[in-house]
Design a protein around this ligand. Structure first.
Ligand code: UD1
Length: 430
């Protein structure tokens, strides 16, 4: 199993081109099930998660072709016919968002059998809101032996849906199903993350009639069929934020291009408050820091446009060497502090109580062996390793590969001393 080895202390200077958003790409890929015509997605990230979903979609009858287009990686998805409505445990377990094929399968074929995703390391992560929405749209839902059996033989019907929590996945899932329902669906308390707007744009380009994505009320007027289109995936705001934090941690000057600073404004405000320089550009943002120690600042995660929960672990890494004590509040997931004991192995001084972590900045971190526990936690360990004295080995990097494209190449090009070591060995065998 691969490991990442970082020799800390190098400043970062240069440019990092941000990839297409993983969290958007995987929902857009699922939209290919809704039409018998090809859906061409450009600015696609090439990640373990997009490969997983490609595997599942192929099983359902989608032809998935990856090509190198004029402006980077593209994926063409074509489902002339849906040949199976069965998403097995093996594939859904590996990536929760695979569950989002349920709605499109129901909308296109009137039935689906999809494995429940199960919990994951950051919390229970139920799918009750997804199922509530499918039922509201007229689907009959049964749960047996870990599977959701869903039926809507006469098609889905528009409905008023009010979510008790603004869930990104449940909002996207409802859009993916309601776009082909009869009549109008209104989603109240919808999630407002940029990925929702991206999905709306793609579905509308396919012939859908959706309004309001990006606000908390989305109105979907059902259409009887959708066609193919070409759609560019939005930039990955979490990758942007993670590299912004990496630059602030290591020092130097890094230009993050092919992205949007406004997607991570809440994070940039905190990076600035900590004492690094933030320069907004047309196609991204530059982070600059020369020498001086950063100040401790407090953060609280929130739904968009608040500070993303996916950037909490990276920001905590940044605070481990800041001057003073930082209070980090996690409000979205109940168990998203798995990185704390690993950061402690590098010398960080952190205590956790409930949903709150107190980080008392230390003068310096020291390299050690650490273990990635989930996707966003693993990048926080890389960020800490960039500033730690000596060598840090991050084991279990398959978590990183789920969401960060060519991470060691992108950081290495800016001067980071970072290599991937392949093969057996290390502490990551399980
Ligand atoms: C998505 C992102 C993830 C990000 C999260 C919050 C993808 C693939 N993942 O996850 O990176 O951290 O948004 O921005 O896009 N909930 C329920 N019942 C449900 C659904 C959700 O109780 O049926 C709860 C969750 O447990 C969580 C909260 O709602 O506490 C928000 O979760 P949600 O927005 O749904 O996150 P995901 O879509 O799973």
């Amino acid at each position: 199993m691969d490991r990442i080895v970082i020799t800390g202390g190098a400043r970062l200077n240069g440019e990092i081109a941000i990839s297409g958003a993983k969290n958007s790409a995987i929902k857009l890929m699922a939209a290919s099930l809704l039409t018998d015509q090809p859906l061409r997605l450009t600015n696609m990230p090439r990640l373990a998660d997009t490969r997983f979903l490609g595997m599942l979609l192929r099983r359902l009858g989608v032809e998935v072709t990856e090509i190198e287009g004029e402006d980077g990686p593209e994926t063409i998805l074509h489902a002339p016919e849906v040949t199976s409505s069965f998403a097995p445990y093996d594939l859904v377990r590996q990536m929760r968002a695979s569950f989002n094929v349920l709605g499109p399968l129901l909308a296109r074929t009137g039935q689906a059998k999809v494995s429940l995703p199960g919990g994951c390391s950051i919390g229970a992560r139920p799918v009750d809101l997804h199922l509530m929405a499918m039922e509201a749209l007229g689907a009959h839902i049964d749960l047996h032996e870990g599977y959701v059996y869903a039926q809507a033989p006469r098609g889905l019907k528009g409905a008023e849906i009010t979510f008790p929590i603004a869930s990104v996945g449940a909002t996207e899932h409802t859009m993916l199903a309601a776009v082909l329902a009869k009549g109008t669906t209104v989603i109240h308390n919808a999630a407002r993350e940029p990925e929702l707007e991206d999905l709306e744009q793609c579905l509308n380009a396919m012939g859908g009639k959706i309004e309001g994505a990006g606000t908390s009320t989305i109105v979907i007027t059902g259409v009887s069929r959708l066609s193919g289109t070409t759609h560019a995936v939005i930039p990955d705001r979490i990758e942007t934020g993670a590299y912004a934090v990496a630059a602030a941690m290591a020092g130097g000057e890094v230009r993050l291009t092919r992205t949007r600073a406004d997607f991570i404004q809440a994070l940039l405000d905190k990076i600035e408050a900590a004492g690094a320089e933030v320069i907004i550009m047309n196609d991204g943002v530059t982070i600059k820091r020369n020498g001086a120690r950063l100040n401790a600042v407090d953060i609280e995660t929130d739904t968009y446009p608040g500070l993303a929960t996916d950037l909490q672990a990276p920001f905590m890494a940044l605070m481990t060497t800041a001057n003073g004590e930082s209070v980090i509040r996690e409000t979205i997931f109940e168990n998203r502090f798995m990185h704390v004991p690993e950061l402690a192995r590098l010398g960080a001084d952190i205590t956790v109580q409930g949903g709150e972590a107190r980080v008392r900045g230390v003068e310096r971190l020291e390299g050690a062996q650490v273990m990635a526990t989930d996707l966003r936690a693993s990048v926080s360990l890389v960020i800490a390793g960039l500033a730690a004295q000596g060598e840090t080995t991050v084991n279990r990097v398959y978590h990183l590969d789920r969401g960060f494209e060519r991470l060691e190449e992108k950081l290495g090009a800016c001067g980071a001393q970072i290599v991937r070591v392949s093969g057996p060995g290390g502490a990551d065998e399980d």
